[in-house]
Write a protein that binds this ligand. Structure first.
Ligand SMILES: Cc1cc2nc3c(=O)[nH]c(=O)nc-3n(C[C@H](O)[C@H](O)[C@H](O)COP(=O)(O)OP(=O)(O)OC[C@H]3O[C@@H](n4cnc5c(N)ncnc54)[C@H](O)[C@@H]3O)c2cc1C
Length: 570
């Protein structure tokens, strides 16, 4: 049994480069390859044969292009056997050269299919012929180290039948025949290479691509010239060898997005979740609208800095941001789309215009119809073109339902727990579970007049705060209103009994409850005492009587039912 310092499985670019270098460094090296020719996918059935054929296609294409410049060569005649032989010659030269190089460097090439049979042993089932035909003979190689450079194989699509007409890129590159028509599944680089070669041979090629653009994953700014060229070829199809590429494809309408609006608890978020989970797009993003906008502002800032530093020349930071976002996800889903911030309002139009130009599809849920977005906002007239754009690019659907599904989960349940002990905490936890359901939960932020209010725990439509978070901090009516707007249901943990020296907290609690009451917020609390005993003495204790009475009312079924009506009128 021969012993090697290094055995490498696979002789593609990964394997052969490694083998030659290892031998140069003085290691006794074996290179195991199941096929007769070295070079792996790249040299045999990938980069090299495809480029050999593409070169021919490019020359034919250029010749056709010259007709428009007044120089005509006539229609090309393709001898498929000669073309195949040319491609095989190019491949043969390179793989042959590789074989000689391996010999010169004293790399031992073992022809066969390798599999490990121990930590230091590789069994090779020897193969012969052009394919991987096993001879029945085996050879065991002992090695100190091994490298696996076995490459990858084409995916088999489960819905594609076993049919000799169906080939992968390896099959296509053998040029078995030139059919009249061909369908290429996948508009990525390899799919388009095959399409280009066959279109040059006069085949009518159609390409299907799942995502909105060709070559998903590639920089859209680089793909755009290609798409433009293809469109031009389509117009000039009679004179061009690429003429039939995409020629018969019907005009693809951009996918329209969807904007669902309706009252709280109508199931918008659930529909969005179902849609997002089921959408087959690979590049998709589901984001809370505020998080998304925070991300946008940050990216714009970074691009601005780069432009300032001269790293990027003559570019619009908004377009660069849109390009980067579109590259990461072509399907954007926003739960709770609402605009309150002037900085957001002023950039939305430009941002979304750029996103739509890049075929990004937007799906959003909101409590407000598009026309009610940024309703009382400063300089609203500058925001209006964005509303028009939304209505043009998205189907707008009002989710009308008499039923507030969220209220079903609260009806008949206790909403005020006293004392604020472990039992109360567990009850509040149970309410949270019921209302947040399977939605992702975590920290969030609410913005109010340029300030950020931290939300310790949030899920769509519901947030949970401690008493201290809300009343132990310098917050005011505007902040409470922003919170109530963002979260129709609030859970507040542990309202203490307030002594006269805690008059500031008492005052904030009065403002908080007034705001929540006016908004019709569903409120679930734990407290050290019943409402009327929470602030019995101190500055403003008389005002607190109204707060106590409102707290009593807010835990009633009647409040819950009519609060829904209040929120609907938003
Ligand atoms: C049509 C096409 C066009 C392409 N064009 C380009 C291009 O223009 N530019 C570019 O950069 N890339 C291109 N690629 C990709 C490129 O070919 C691959 O990235 C590259 O070949 C990967 O090299 P590798 O060494 O990892 O694997 P491979 O080249 O796949 O080599 C792996 C080798 O391992 C052998 N092997 C596997 N298992 C065993 C085993 N158990 N025993 C023995 N042998 C085994 C295989 O037979 C194969 O020869 C193209 C690919 C295709 C299909």
């Amino acid at each position: 049994m021969e012993r090697f310092d290094l055995v490498i499985i696979g002789s593609g670019p990964g394997g052969y480069v490694c083998a030659i270098r290892a031998a140069q460094l003085g290691l006794k090296t074996a290179l195991v390859e199941q096929f007769s020719a070295l070079g792996g996918t790249c040299l045999n059935v990938g980069c090299i044969p495809s480029k050999a054929l593409l070169h021919v296609a490019a020359v034919m294409d250029e010749a056709a292009h010259f007709a428009g410049l007044g120089v005509e060569y006539g229609a090309p005649k393709v001898d498929i056997d000669k073309l195949r032989a040319h491609k095989n010659k190019v491949v043969g030269k390179l793989t042959g050269g590789l074989g000689s190089m391996a010999k010169m460097r004293k790399v031992t090439v073992v022809r066969g299919y390798g599999s490990f049979v121990g930590p230091n042993h590789l069994e090779v089932e020897l193969t012969s012929g052009d394919a991987q035909d096993k001879t029945g003979q085996k050879q065991v190689i002992r090695f100190a180290s091994a490298i696996i450079a076995a490459g990858s194989a084409a995916v088999r699509l489960p819905f594609v039948p076993d049919d000799p007409r169906v080939v992968d890129s390896t099959g296509a590159l053998t040029l078995p025949a030139v059919p009249k028509k061909m369908l290429v599944i996948g508009g990525g680089i390899i799919g388009l290479e095959m399409a280009t070669v066959y279109a040059a041979l006069g085949v009518r090629v159609s390409v299907v691509e799942l995502t909105p653009g060709l070559m998903p994953g590639c920089d859209r700014d680089l793909v755009r010239p290609l798409e433009k060229r293809i469109a031009e070829h389509r117009l000039a199809r009679k004179s061009s060898s690429l003429g039939w590429l995409f020629a018969r494809a019907p005009k693809v309408e951009p996918i329209k997005g969807l904007y669902i609006f309706g009252d709280v608890g109508r199931g918008k978020s659930m529909l969005m979740d179902l849609f997002f989970e089921g959408a087959p797009a690979l590049r998709k993003r589901r984001a809370h609208f505020h998080e998304f906008m925070a991300d946008v502002h940050e990216r714009v800032f970074v691009f601005r800095q780069k432009i300032k530093a001269g790293d990027i020349v003559d570019e619009d930071p908004m377009k660069l941001t849109a390009a980067a976002l579109a590259e990461e996800a072509w399907l954007l889903c926003f739960d709770e789309f609402h605009v309150t911030d002037i900085a957001d309002a002023m950039i939305l139009g430009r941002l979304f215009k750029s996103l739509f130009e890049r075929d990004v599809v937007v799906v959003a849920t909101s409590n407000a119809a598009p026309d009610r977005l940024y309703w009382d906002g400063l300089n609203r007239q500058l925001f209006e073109p964005f509303i028009a754009l939304l209505k043009e690019k998205l189907d707008v659907v009002g989710l009308v339902s008499a039923k507030d599904y969220r209220l079903d989960k609260l009806a008949g349940r206790q909403l005020y727990f006293s004392p604020a002990d472990e039992t109360a905490r567990a009850e509040l936890d149970a309410h949270w579970q019921r209302l947040a359901g399977h939605h992702p939960t975590g920290r969030a932020e609410v913005e109010c007049n340029g300030r950020i209010i931290a939300v310790p725990k949030a899920a769509p439509g519901i947030a949970r705060f401690s008493f201290f978070d809300l009343c132990g901090q310098p917050l005011g009516a505007a902040d409470y209103l922003a919170i109530a707007r963002a979260y129709p249901t609030l859970i507040i943990d542990h309202i203490p009994v307030l002594t006269p020296d805690r008059r500031n907290e008492a005052r904030r609690l009065i403002t908080l409850i007034d705001t929540l009451y006016d908004r019709g917020t569903c409120l679930i609390v734990s407290a050290d005492a019943e409402p009327d005993a929470l602030y019995p003495k101190g500055d403003g204790a008389d005002l607190f009587e109204r707060t106590a009475s409102r707290l009593m009312e807010m835990r009633s079924e009647a409040y819950l039912t009519c609060s829904t009506g209040q929120r609907q009128s938003d």
